[in-house]
Write a protein that binds this ligand. Structure first.
Ligand SMILES: [Fe+2]
Ligand SMILES: [Fe+2]
Length: 304
């Protein structure tokens, strides 16, 4: 999934760049400001520890969060391109092959749109990012109909609201335009996944795998606030468990996680996947983690 990048200024790189010039709305744009989203966008305006920091440290945290969002988007698009390539080869009809060929083209454009804003010289990485590892593992190992339900319906459906959230608070007009364009395309990708998944049938083994992935995805949605807390903690120099719980409380972890899980349940309902999974999974997807649970899970993650 993490295909290498050829040396800068290679002939092939120049050729693809020039092809993308005509396709990217962000052509010629680059990252000109340190941060694209302000503190209130992340809920940091309600976090006491953040508010007590000097302005330059607050701005550094916003910059690191912007780096994180851009890196994550870069890898999501890169994996989207690889996922579509897999599905082109495994398509069983002309229509499916054409669909995934069109999606692959969209994802390649999205990749280059985001790439325009990455900090030059900063190597993007998905090491340590559980969300990206999950996408990569499912895309690499699962059968097409599992991928369609997990990645195209659930993940791209979640991606639509994620990109919409990024777009709402983005104060770089060029990246805001990119996000608007990506959102439109992701809605179409998700829509095609809904059409396909609503007709999919799963045997017992497939159902078990589907449920495991959806349960895991639910857990990842409960970790939505982790990057904010990890970056804050890294800059401040470590939290006690009590401080960490307080930060999750101030970030309204229970409400945020509950909204994410409700969003996933809606996606399963729209695609009629909810009729194909067990009631125990549906119940599990209503368990939003509160601040204490988030803090314990993050501690465990950091010590692993
Ligand atoms: Fe995309
Ligand atoms: Fe997509």
């Amino acid at each position: 999934m993490n295909t290498k990048v050829t040396a800068p200024y290679s002939k092939l790189g120049a050729l693809v760049n020039s092809m993308m010039k005509t396709k990217c709305v962000s052509h010629g744009s680059k990252r000109e400001i340190d941060y694209f989203w302000n503190a209130s966008h992340f809920g940091l305006d309600k976090v006491g520890i953040y508010q007590d920091l000097p302005e330059e440290v607050q701005n550094l945290i916003l910059k690191l969060l912007t780096d994180h969002n851009l890196n994550e988007s870069y890898f999501i698009e890169k994996m989207g391109m690889s996922y579509a390539a897999k599905m082109i080869l495994l398509s069983e009809s002309e229509e499916e092959k054409a669909l995934y060929s069109a999606i692959a083209c969209d994802e390649a454009i999205h990749l280059y749109e985001v790439k325009n804003f990455l900090n030059p010289g900063v190597e993007a990485t998905y090491q340590g990012n559980g969300f990206l590892k999950f996408i990569s593992d499912v895309a690499q190992t699962s059968a097409p109909k599992i991928c369609q339900s997990v990645l195209q319906v659930s993940l791209e459906g979640h991606g639509m609201s994620y990109y919409s959230w990024l777009r709402t608070g983005c104060h770089d007009p060029y990246f805001k335009e990119v996000l608007g364009r990506i959102m439109q395309d992701e809605a179409a990708h998700h829509g095609s996944g809904v059409i396909i998944a609503s007709q999919s049938e799963f045997n017992l083994t497939e159902k078990k795998e589907l449920e495991e992935h959806l349960a895991y995805f639910g857990n990842l949605l409960n970790c939505t606030l982790f990057p904010i807390v990890v970056i804050l903690e890294k800059v401040v120099g470590g939290f006690t468990p009590e401080q960490r719980i307080k930060v999750f409380k101030e970030l309204e972890a229970s409400r945020v996680n509950s909204e994410k899980l409700q969003g996933l349940s809606r996606l399963l309902s729209v695609s009629r996947l909810d009729e194909k999974v067990s009631s125990s999974l549906k119940t599990a997807l209503t368990h939003a983690w509160g601040p204490e649970h988030c803090s314990a899970a993050l501690s465990q993650m950091l010590t692993n």
